[in-house]
Design a protein around this ligand. Structure first.
Ligand code: NAI
Ligand code: MG
Length: 357
C-alpha cells in the first residue's frame, strides 16, 4: 500500500531541516519496506506569497485532501510577510479545514540534552500534551461595541461543545491506555471559570467511567504549570482545552531543553482528512541560511507521522536512532544548539545512517 505524503518545507530553516527529515524517513521506509510517495509543494511559504499575493492556491484543499499526511517544515518570515498573514494563511487553514482537532506534543528529556530544570535525567520527563485544537477559548464569537469611546467594550466567548470536548478526551484516554503508566491528567480552572471549566471536568469524569484502568487526576492550570517545572515526573498524558493546551505544549517541551528537537502532530484521528506533522520550532530567521539548524524536530515529526500511518516499529526505530546519536555525543556531529560543532547535514546523516542499520 502506497502512502502519499505532501511535503511543504515553508520558510527559513524549514527548507534546511526538511531534507534531513526526508532522509530519515526514506531510511526508515527502506528498512521496514514502507511504500512512501512524497510530493513537494512550493506553496505555504512567504516566497509563494510574494509571488502570488496569497499563501495557498485557491484549490489547495482539493490538491491536498487525498494525501495520507502532510509533512511541514516551518512557516513565517516577518520581514517579508506579517506573521498573522503567513500563519493564518497556511498552517491554521490546514488545522481548521482538515479538522485536525488533536494537537499532540511529546515532552521527553533525551540523553545528552541538558534540561533547564536542575537535576533532571532522561527518564524523569516523558509525557504527552494533548491539546484541543479547534474550539474552546480560541473562538470567533464575540465583538466590539462603542469602539474608540469611553464606553468601549470587547467580548470573546469560549465555545465548548460536547462533541468537541468528548473527542479530545477520548483521544487522550486512548493514548494513556497505550502507555505503561496509564495515567491521565486534566488541566482545568473550574474554581475561576465557572461555567465552561466545570463542564470540562464533568465530561472528564464521564469519560473516565469508560476507562477504569486509567488513573485520572486534575489540576488547576496555575498550579499545573508550576508542577510541570517542579514535578515533571508526575505526568504521563496531560489533556487541556485549546488555551491551556497551548500554554502547556510550549512549557512541556521547554522543560526538555532545546526547541530544535521538539516535534508535534496535528491529527484528525478518524483519517477523514490528512494529519499534519511539523517541528515545534519556527523558521528561525536569525540562523537561517547557515546550515546549522538542528534537524531533530523535523526527523522526530517524521517518526510521529509513521506511527500515525501504523508503523510503530519504524517510528520507534527512528526515535531510538535520535537517542543513540545524542547519547554518543560526538561533537563533530551534533549541532551548536546542543553543544556540538556539526551542522544540519552531519546530524541528519548520522541519524539516517543509524535508522538504516
Ligand atoms: P523560532 O522557533 O523560529 O526561533 C526561536 C529561537 O530558537 C531562535 O533563536 C532560533 O534560532 C532557535 N531555533 C529554532 N529552531 C531551531 C533549530 N531547529 N535549531 C537551532 N535553533 C533553533 O521562533 P520565532 O523566532 O519566534 O519565529 C520565527 C518565525 O517562525 C516567525 O515568522 C513565526 O511566526 C514563525 N513560527 C512558525 C511556526 C510554525 O511554522 N509552526 C512556529 C513558531 C514560529
Ligand atoms: Mg503555542
Amino acid at each position: 500500500m502506497v502512502h502519499r505524503i505532501a511535503v511543504i518545507a515553508g520558510d527559513g530553516i524549514g527548507t534546511e531541516v526538511m531534507p534531513e527529515g526526508i532522509r530519515a524517513l526514506e531510511a526508515a521506509a527502506k528498512r521496514f519496506n514502507i511504500d512512501l510517495a512524497l510530493t513537494t509543494f512550493e506553496f505555504g511559504s512567504c516566497d509563494y506569497y510574494l509571488e502570488h499575493g496569497k499563501m495557498l492556491p485557491d484549490d489547495w484543499f482539493d490538491q491536498l485532501k487525498s494525501f495520507d499526511a502532510l509533512f511541514y517544515g516551518a512557516v513565517g518570515w516577518p520581514d517579508k510577510v506579517p506573521d498573522h498573514i503567513s500563519l493564518w494563511g497556511s498552517l491554521l487553514q490546514f488545522r481548521r479545514q482538515f479538522d485536525q482537532y488533536i494537537n499532540l506534543r511529546p515532552c521527553k528529556l533525551m540523553p545528552g540534552i541538558k534540561s533547564p530544570l536542575a537535576g533532571r535525567e532522561p527518564g524523569d520527563i516523558d509525557f504527552y500534551v494533548v491539546r484541543e485544537n479547534t474550539e474552546g477559548e480560541y473562538s470567533s464569537v464575540g465583538g466590539k461595541m462603542f469602539e474608540g469611546t469611553e464606553r468601549e467594550v470587547v467580548l470573546q466567548e469560549t465555545v465548548m461543545s460536547r462533541i468537541g470536548v468528548d473527542r479530545v478526551l477520548k483521544y487522550a484516554f486512548n493514548l494513556a491506555q497505550t502507555r505503561p503508566r496509564k495515567k491521565l491528567t486534566s488541566a482545568t480552572k473550574s474554581n475561576g471559570i465557572s461555567i465552561t471549566m466545570p463542564y470540562w471536568d464533568e465530561r472528564v469524569a464521564e469519560m473516565a467511567k469508560q476507562y477504569p484502568d486509567i488513573a485520572v487526576d486534575k489540576f488547576h492550570i496555575d498550579i499545573l504549570t508550576a508542577n510541570f517545572v517542579l514535578h515533571p515526573d508526575w505526568f504521563d498524558v496531560v489533556v487541556g482545552s485549546n488555551l491551556f493546551g497551548d500554554i502547556l505544549s510550549d512549557l512541556g517541551p521547554a522543560c526538555t531543553g532545546t526547541i530544535g528537537i521538539a516535534p508535534s502532530a496535528n491529527i484528525n484521528p478518524e483519517g477523514k482528512f490528512p494529519s499534519l506533522f511539523e517541528p515545534v520550532h519556527g523558521s528561525a530567521p536569525d540562523i537561517a541560511g547557515k546550515g546549522i539548524a538542528n534537524p531533530i524536530g523535523q526527523i522526530w515529526s517524521g517518526a510521529m507521522m509513521l506511527e500515525h500511518l501504523g508503523y510503530q516499529e519504524a517510528a520507534d526505530t527512528m526515535v531510538k536512532a535520535i537517542e543513540d546519536v545524542l547519547s554518543e555525543g560526538n561533537n563533530q556531529v551534533l549541532t551548536r544548539d546542543i553543544g556540538g560543532q556539526g551542522n544540519t547535514l552531519s546530524l541528519g546523516q548520522a541519524i539516517a545512517e543509524r535508522i538504516g542499520s
